[in-house]
Design a protein around this ligand. Structure first.
Ligand code: ZN
Ligand code: ZN
Ligand code: FE
Length: 762
């Protein structure tokens, strides 16, 4: 028999908090190997001793048989001196400093835990905080690494003997499940009065009473994994409307939570991919076509889609079981402020909005909103719209290594921040709109926490080109070299990172607005770009924003602007007089061309929405454009009689090509006046504008000698536009990159910034 060997094996990747050490223990003991396994800041460290063939098998199976939630990046072994010791053990975490191991994401309650929770003979029967190594809170309860109970918000709970036994038994599903708990030793559910915070009920009675109140039409704040939700019965029209009033949220859609796929099927139409996304342990909100009569209309007014998610904590399951109906579960905040996650703050901010608060005594360390996905119109693949709970802070692996460790601070709205070192790019949860002071505080906390968890000490900071963004000012105040990245270049770079690419592409970046390198507000851009740079080769026709930011809140102003361009001043007067008494002043602004100059595609969609009478003032970002798209639901992608006149392209040698959509706007006005149904006009406009966009992109790609087109920017959340552009580009023989892992909107900007600055040599 060959003499024994001993190997020190380093495993990196997402290997902490996912049941990796017990897996190693079972594997090693199964192969009769001796040694030990531990977590440290770099991942998992194993010493294994035994015959070389058994050690080879062991190494191979570390890669192939690991637990479902683990992600193994590398397994590296080197020989060390044989000890002759027997037995295999799991040793406590050690803090070695240096680079770090990614922290696991929060994971929805697993099937085993659900079964125990439903079993009256189980000691965790109906226990709202049941979890195991395969499920439960992670990112949101971790204060520091390495991941160990003492460094989580569970540190204040002392395990009872029964829990400790499970925790210490390598054969148990709860072996080293850090948040392990039971009714005897763990957190407890508490129902509080909204007026004075007094305890109304605790334990099972708290859940039962909360359910009774929801059924009666009350509004409750409910503490979840990454923050508080505001909850009401989704079938209770009056309660939903009252929630809108109290939350000061007029129209923005609410998400609905149900316990299982069957109930989701009742509310929305689900493709197999959408169903997969719903049941995934990441548990995002999935946007899907709404079924009539599913939930009360004010849940998502004017929209053809509904955001649905499945329960993801045991407390959610118990609450849904007790109410027996779908619940609106919307972020616990007023308007667009950050979601409340600290108990006192939640009581202060949400108390006035709700009838009662269903809370618990396990603190949330970091706030983390629900993630949102939809299914890409062409491929049917999942596409992240908001990348947060269940996804953050899982790193994205670059195909190359960044030149030096860096921080990227993102844009202004839908902010996220990213850090990168080596090949790992780690992005924070969704932080929100930085113009709110509370969001800015959250932004600073997220940066500190992310640097700590990812073990990155930034040597350079990437920021947007816009000098007035709060994130830009923050970056400039750091004692680090600060490098600006043009907003739309960042969008295209983020799409490349999304697809693990670094080649040169024709990027189409359509969004609201971002600062251009000529000082105007870009937003309808055609860039020949790679991670190292870009050239602006085309854009939408520049127009002024009459009244600046007011033109964003009031799409009728852009409608007047585009009617002037497309038809005549007379037409603009006629339209303006029909919608707002300030029309003359706005016309004056248009004529004198005062206001910031923009090439924004988002503003063009706003204008068309207003011209069709769909929405002339908005209460949430991109509302007019979203409702314009919703109106076309059910219409074919290519209309029976497509508009033969496209947008005009103005090409001047040496200058970027200009796409002038005026002929399309004129057609919109003509069709409207002819009485063509709005649904048909909307569909035809999407098709014609998408085709014109693809035609110009194909032409520009040909001139630049590139065969790939990347679509990015928030406007490409418009599924109809995205589908038309993609289909036309593909039929022109081009490869098309659409977003999947990285949001197309400004939530992806920090990722693009990180990639661009990561390429720069020190
Ligand atoms: Zn579990
Ligand atoms: Zn216990
Ligand atoms: Fe943008």
């Amino acid at each position: 028999m060959a003499p024994d060997q001993r190997r020190r094996i380093r495993v990196t990747g997402t290997v902490q908090g996912v049941g990796f050490r017990p897996f190693v223990w079972r594997l090693a003991t199964g192969l009769a190997l001796a040694g030990e396994v531990s977590n440290d800041t770099q991942g998992v460290l194993i010493e294994a001793e035994g015959p070389s063939d058994a050690l080879d098998t062991f190494e191979a199976r570390l890669r192939s048989d690991h637990p479902p939630l683990a992600r193994v990046e590398s397994v590296e072994a080197k020989p060390v001196a044989v000890t002759g010791l027997l037995g295999f053990s799991i040793v406590a975490s050690r803090d070695l400093g240096g680079t770090t191991s990614p922290v696991s994401v929060d994971i929805a309650t697993c099937a085993d835990c659900l079964a125990e929770m439903a079993d009256p003979d189980d000691r965790r029967y109906h226990y709202p905080f049941i979890n195991c190594t395969n499920c439960g809170p992670r990112y949101t309860i971790i204060r520091s690494i390495p991941y160990d109970r003492a460094s989580t918000t569970m540190s204040g709970f002392t395990m009872c003997d029964a829990c400790r036994q499970e925790y210490e038994d390598p054969g148990d599903r709860r072996f080293h499940a850090e948040p392990v708990a039971c009714p005897a030793c763990g957190p407890v559910a508490i129902l509080r009065s909204a007026t004075d915070g007094a305890t109304v009920a605790t334990g099972p009675e708290a859940v039962a009473e909360a359910a009774r109140r929801l059924v009666a039409g009350q509004i409750l704040a409910v503490k979840g994994l990454g923050g508080y939700h505001l909850a009401v019965d989704a079938n209770h029209e009056q309660a939903v409307s009252e929630l809108r009033r109290r939350k000061a949220r007029d129209h923005k859609p609410f998400a609905v939570m149900v316990p299982g796929l069957d109930q989701a099927h009742d509310l929305v139409q689900l493709s197999p991919q959408a169903a997969d996304a719903l049941v995934s342990p990441r548990r995002p909100i999935v946007l899907a076509p709404r079924r009539p009569g599913g939930v009360a209309d004010p849940v998502a007014p004017g929209l053809s889609e509904l955001g649905v998610m499945l329960a993801y904590t045991p407390l959610h399951y118990l609450l849904l079981e007790a109410t027996g109906r779908p619940l609106v579960m919307t972020s616990g905040n007023l308007s667009d402020e950050p979601i409340a996650h600290i108990d006192d703050d939640a009581m202060a901010r949400l108390g006035p909005m709700v009838h009662a608060v269903l809370t618990h005594d396990r603190p949330i360390h970091i706030r983390c909103d629900d993630s949102v996905v939809r299914l890409a119109p062409q491929s049917g693949e999942t596409q992240l719209i908001r990348r947060s709970r269940g996804y953050a802070p899982e790193p994205i692996l670059l195909t190359w290594a960044v030149a030096r460790p860096l921080l990227a601070v993102g844009a202004e709205l839908k902010n996220t921040v990213s850090v990168a070192a080596g090949r790992a790019l780690t992005t924070s949860h969704h932080i929100g709109d930085l113009e709110h002071l509370a969001a800015f505080q959250s932004f600073r906390q997220a940066i500190d926490h992310l640097c700590h968890l990812a073990g990155v000490i930034p040597e350079v900071v990437a920021h947007d080109l816009h000098p007035e963004y709060v994130s830009t000012k923050f970056a400039d105040d750091l004692d680090l070299p600060a490098i600006a990245v043009q907003h739309h270049h960042a969008h295209i770079a983020s799409c490349l990172v999304d697809h693990f690419r670094d080649d040169r592409v024709l990027g189409i970046a359509f969004d609201g607005t971002g600062m251009g390198d000529d000082g105007t507000l870009w937003g309808g851009e055609f860039l020949v770009a790679d991670l190292d740079g870009y050239e602006r080769v085309g854009h939408l026709l520049p127009v002024t924003l009459p009244g600046g930011a007011a033109a964003i809140r009031e799409p009728w102003r852009m409608a007047m602007q585009w009617s002037t361009r497309a038809c005549s001043e007379t037409e603009a007067r006629r339209y303006g007089a029909s919608v707002d008494e300030r029309w003359e002043a706005v016309l004056d602004l248009i004529e004198r061309a005062t206001g910031p100059v923009t090439t924004s595609a988002g503003r063009l969609f706003d204008a068309v929405s207003a011209l069709l009478g769909i929405r002339d003032r908005i209460s949430y970002e991109a509302q007019a454009a979203i409702e314009l798209e919703a109106r076309a639901a059910g219409q074919a992608l290519v209309p029976a009689r497509p508009w033969e006149n496209g947008a005009a392209v103005v090409a001047t040698p040496g200058q970027p090509s200009v796409l002038d959509p005026s002929p399309l706007v004129a057609r919109v006005i003509a069709e409207r006046d002819r009485g063509t149904p709005v649904a048909e006009v909307s569909a035809a406009f999407h098709e014609a504008f998408g085709r014109a966009t693809a035609d110009l992109a194909a032409d520009l790609a040909g001139k630049a000698g590139v065969g790939v087109v990347a679509l990015s920017g928030g406007v490409f959340q418009n599924a109809r536009l995205s589908a038309v552009v993609e289909a036309n580009l593909k039929s022109a023989g081009l490869e098309v990159l659409v977003h999947c892992r990285v949001p197309p909107n400004d939530g992806g900007v920090s990722i693009g910034q990180a990639a661009v600055v990561g390429r720069l040599n020190a």
